[in-house]
Design a protein around this ligand. Structure first.
Ligand SMILES: C[S@@+](CC[C@H](N)C(=O)[O-])C[C@H]1O[C@@H](n2cnc3c(N)ncnc32)[C@H](O)[C@@H]1O
Length: 308
């Protein structure tokens, strides 16, 4: 093994292989890091953050140095991020401790009522075998966020998770990853979305569609593909929809937003499941596309609303 590869594997071990830390890139947050054993690991993180000896840093390739710097940045920002997330949860009134028995009951009743109503949104879980373990983990996490948003909303939608039999591995994974998953107040269906609704009712949301959404009609069923990908599965929702002849539509991002030059944005218009869901919720609340898309588009995407 060469000195360079020795060094790079040592760095890899130090950064990604710290016991209790796991790191992954994702669509909903550029890089997420799970901290399982914070106090021990904070010490290790401090060691990690110490600058490398000059000779060692010279031996690292630019790419590895960039990765190391990014990782250090994440470690520094993590406490701020955690605090912000906690505040957001507090604002939404979702901190378990802050909810009384009556409030919890009221939230559940609201979700139950939504299940009898229109404004249907389906998360289609049929593609779980197309994803890696890491992507499946992330989808499970996104389903939790979808449910939390619906629960927090003043106007929850009729939420269905389709192609999700109790016997499936993905269902079991969701139960392991998400507290109380099997008791979520949703319609969970074993069947494929095409077996649940007539074709003329379904609008499959796809970033690759040539149709543009103008609004969410209450009598239609809007389907979000349960897919986490970084471009590997381009057109998957569009191809499926075409194969069974159902309508597709994309979000009107281009119609209401422009890429802000020089912002260093990702300019990604393929959003993750919970972001699309938040857009739908916000649209129902405000009937305003700029407000709705702003609620779901991550800031780092670098889009700004077109001036009217
Ligand atoms: C991470 S995306 C998956 C993209 C995947 N390449 C595909 O073919 O659908 C997850 C789902 O969110 C929805 N979605 C994401 N961005 C969208 C957009 N700009 N317009 C409409 N739907 C979108 C779609 O339902 C999509 O299946």
């Amino acid at each position: 093994m060469s000195a360079d590869s020795d060094t790079s594997s040592a760095i890899k071990e130090h950064t990604m292989g710290l016991p209790g830390y796991s790191a992954s890139t994702s669509q909903d947050s550029n890089i997420t890091i799970d901290n399982h054993e914070s106090s021990t690991n904070n010490k290790k993180a401090e060691i990690l953050l110490a600058p490398l000896p000059v000779q060692e840093s010279l031996r690292l390739s630019k790419n590895k140095l960039r990765k190391k710097r990014n990782y250090e940045k994440i470690l520094t920002q993590r406490p701020i991020k955690r605090k912000r997330e906690k505040e957001l949860r507090k604002q939404k009134g979702l901190n378990k401790k802050s909810l009384g028995k009556d409030e919890k009951f009221a939230l559940t009743e609201k979700l139950k009522a939504a299940l009898n109503g229109t404004n249907q949104v389906v998360i289609d879980c049929q593609f779980d075998d197309k994803m890696s373990d890491k992507q499946r983990d992330r989808l499970a996490q996104q389903l939790r966020r979808v449910y939390a948003s619906n629960k927090a909303s003043q106007q929850p939608v009729h939420l269905t998770f389709s192609s999700l039999p109790e016997s499936s591995e993905f269902f079991q994974l969701c139960c392991r990853k998400n507290d109380g998953f099997s008791n979520y107040v949703i319609d969970r269906k074993e069947q494929n979305v095409s077996e649940l609704f007539s074709n003329d009712k379904i609008v499959y949301l796809s970033p690759d569609s040539t149709n543009v959404l103008s609004e969410f009609w209450p009598d239609k069923v809007y389907v979000i593909g349960g897919i986490v990908d970084e471009s590997r599965h381009k057109n998957i929702s569009l191809s499926f929809s075409k194969s069974i002849d159902i309508t597709t539509a994309r979000l009107p991002i281009d119609e209401y937003f422009v890429a802000e030059k020089g912002s260093g944005g990702t300019f990604k218009k393929v959003l993750c499941v919970n972001q699309v869901f938040d857009i739908i919720l916000e649209w129902h609340k405000t009937k305003d596309w700029v407000k709705a898309i702003t609620a779901g588009l991550p800031e780092r995407a670098g889009f700004v609303a077109k001036s009217t």
